[in-house]
Design a protein around this ligand. Structure first.
Ligand SMILES: [Zn+2]
Length: 365
């Protein structure tokens, strides 16, 4: 099958987030594919990471649809690099996360090109640093997303080919706690114990968790002190938060702020750094409309799911542009050397996207 050959070609060129050369080499292949369909592109040139590329179709009045993917993978050169297939599965770095997804989008665009001869108002953005947290591309994606009415993201589908309607927001924070060192034998009372303060703060942070609402706080790393005979002068907590709605985000941020400012051990100072990385992808009225119009046009309901993990759909959604995710193939083992994608899911996903693009171009979505 032609598209697995292209997928093989993409997979065999390593595109680890920090491998600029490799990501740019992948981009070159996408450029060839997209220019054959009449797309022009804008390149966001970067020195340290691969360039981000926005492929643009012809424009006319009416709604605009953005397709979104990423070109990078989590695998450094030499770690997991080969393409392999058996009867049912394809194996390789990025096969479902998300070179396979990019191929699904492009194959569907090819179908549209064949049918209509020209593609209007559907653009494709491929970023280079999603696996690193989209620290650079999130600014580009956020500003680009504002120009579109809808966005479809090509991360992997759910087990039963669900699309993704919601993803938690997530942030990573660091709390530096400063006390005062003292000899634990001679000057016990002169010390200001940062470790003790950290112990209080850990519990308070964990208490922000509200599982019913899907809000979690995890203090994943603690550091502190110098040795058994010294009152600890400093401690540091590294923690992440995840939440399912803006209201919970605001509650969590307020609670963290209170915890930073309130000390249990007299004389302690605490400082917070870090922040929200990707805001919540929330269900809402605009997304409902988008989804309903797809389902009406297709005359069937789509399976849906919510995920705890973030993607670039979070960035688009937090700009107010309704996004749906999970249009890629089904796969598992992503971020491990057993990453694979189910062959049969490619055809199903390509058909789904083709149908949606058709409905969109015929003004029914
Ligand atoms: Zn990933």
């Amino acid at each position: 099958m032609k598209n697995f050959g292209e997928l093989k070609e993409l997979i065999e060129i390593n595109s680890y987030t920090k491998n600029k050369k490799g990501v740019d080499a992948n981009a070159k292949i996408y450029k060839t594919m997209m220019s054959e369909l009449g797309f022009v592109y804008r390149e966001y040139e970067r020195d340290e990471i691969g360039n981000h590329i926005l492929f643009k179709s012809s424009k006319k009045d009416g709604k605009k649809l953005l397709l979104l993917g990423h070109m990078d993978t989590v695998f450094p050169e030499g770690s997991f690099c080969n393409f392999r297939e058996d009867e049912d599965w394809i194996y390789g770095p990025g096969v479902c996360d998300m070179k396979g997804g990019n191929i699904v989008a492009i194959e569907a665009l090819r179908n549209i090109y064949k049918k209509y001869g020209k593609i209007y108002n559907i653009d494709l953005m491929l970023v280079s640093d999603e696996e690193g947290g989209s620290d650079d591309s999130k600014h580009v994606t956020a500003s680009v997303a504002k120009n579109y009415d809808y966005c479809m993201v090509y991360e992997a589908a759910g087990k039963n080919l669900e699309i993704v309607v919601a993803r938690k927001g997530a942030g990573t924070f660091y709390m530096d706690i400063e006390g005062k060192a003292a000899h634990a034998g001679n000057n016990y009372k002169l010390g200001i114990d940062a470790n003790l303060e950290a112990a209080y703060k850990i519990q308070e942070l964990i208490n922000i968790t509200n599982l019913e609402k899907g809000t979690t706080v995890n203090v994943g790393k603690i550091e502190g002190g110098v040795g058994a005979n010294t009152i600890s002068p400093c401690a540091k907590l590294t923690f992440e938060v995840r939440y399912t709605c803006i209201k919970e985000r605001d509650r969590v941020l307020k609670d963290i702020d209170t915890i930073v400012k309130t000390s249990h051990v007299k004389g302690i100072s605490s400082y917070l750094s870090g922040g929200i990385q990707r805001d919540v992808m929330q269900e809402g009225e605009k997304q409902d409309k988008f989804l309903n119009s797809i389902e009406n046009y297709m005359k069937k309901k789509l399976l849906k799911e919510k995920r705890g993990g973030v993607s670039d759909a979070n960035i688009v959604s937090s700009q107010g542009t309704p996004a749906l995710d999970g249009f890629g193939p089904f796969g598992d083992g992503d971020h491990t050397s057993s990453e694979r994608a189910l062959k049969s899911s490619f055809t199903q996903r390509i058909n789904l996207s083709t149908k949606i693009f058709e409905g969109f171009l015929e003004n029914k979505i």
